[in-house]
Design a protein around this ligand. Structure first.
Ligand code: NAP
Length: 232
């Protein structure tokens, strides 16, 4: 791989984002990690990894982070919109503020991130955008996941919209749709043990493979599950 390629990962402090950062660093990517409280990971080489303040709720954060990334690294080849939240309420229990928060973090922030990096991704000639959506963006599994699913269906649609808008610019966009992954988020909503859920390191290997595929191997959606369901 081109040793100079640069990937931005939001929500890289823990869970899937942290596992992905470590995987991509091992594969030779230079990394711009967006976190609410920036902290250099213990494994990182600070000459190849930068940590930046990124709060998805702040409407100016994506522009600032993209600008800093370009100033430090000079290019952006891949963006992984991973930062996300879960509010375990039914569509009836929830009030507007819950809905707004989910849409802000899970949908509007990833769109802003894509917009802020669009020019740099086009200049790459093989820009990649990964929207970490969910199987909850493909089906509604339970009442309590209903509200979250509304946001993740929108996140999947966002990935498709980006894929269409970017195709002629060499940008490829993918919606990743995992079921339960062994992170704090899933531990908060299921009694499953970590062994019964997808390992975030396996998800990291999948995302790494996807963003390294050539322009002629566009993957619109990628679903992963730890359990058997009718369609996934
Ligand atoms: N775990 C699952 O079962 C599962 C399944 C399907 C999809 N997903 C999706 O995968 C993504 C990553 O989740 P995870 O499982 O790794 O969960 P996690 O362990 O709870 O980590 C969530 C990450 O998102 C960050 N984040 C949350 N709100 C943020 C904000 N306002 N600004 C910036 N960063 C923010 C967190 O940062 P802090 O450390 O600052 O809180 C953390 O780095 C999410 O989009 C989630 O919806 C997860």
């Amino acid at each position: 791989m081109d040793e100079e390629r640069v990937a931005m990962i939001s929500g890289a402090s823990r869970g899937i984002g942290a596992a992905l950062a470590e995987e991509l660093a091992a594969k030779g990517w230079r990394l711009s990690l967006g976190m609410r409280r920036p902290e250099m990971p213990a494994w990182a080489d600070p000459s190849r990894v930068g940590v930046f303040t990124y709060d998805a709720a702040d409407v100016d954060a994506a522009d600032a982070w993209a600008r800093e990334t370009l100033r430090i690294f000079g290019r952006i080849d891949a963006v992984v919109a991973n930062a996300g939240i879960m509010i375990a309420k039914t569509v009836i229990e929830a009030d507007d503020s819950d809905m707004n928060e989910l849409l802000e973090i899970n949908v509007k922030a990833p769109r802003r991130l894509a917009k802020s990096t669009w020019q740099a991704l086009s200049a790459s000639g093989r820009g990649r955008i990964v929207i970490v959506a969910s199987l909850s963006g493909k089906r509604v599994k339970s009442a309590k996941s209903g509200l979250y699913a509304v946001s993740k269906f929108a996140a999947v649609a966002l990935a498709h919209g980006l894929r269409h808008a970017g195709f002629d610019l060499g940008i490829r966009a993918t919606a990743i749709c995992p079921g339960f992954v062994a992170t704090d988020m899933a531990r908060g909503v299921t009694a499953r043990s970590d062994d019964e859920m997808t390992d975030p390191r396996d998800l990291a290997r999948i995302i790494s493979m996807l963003i390294e595929l050539p322009n002629e191997a566009s993957v619109a959606e990628f679903a992963i599950n730890c359990q058997l369901e009718e369609s996934f």
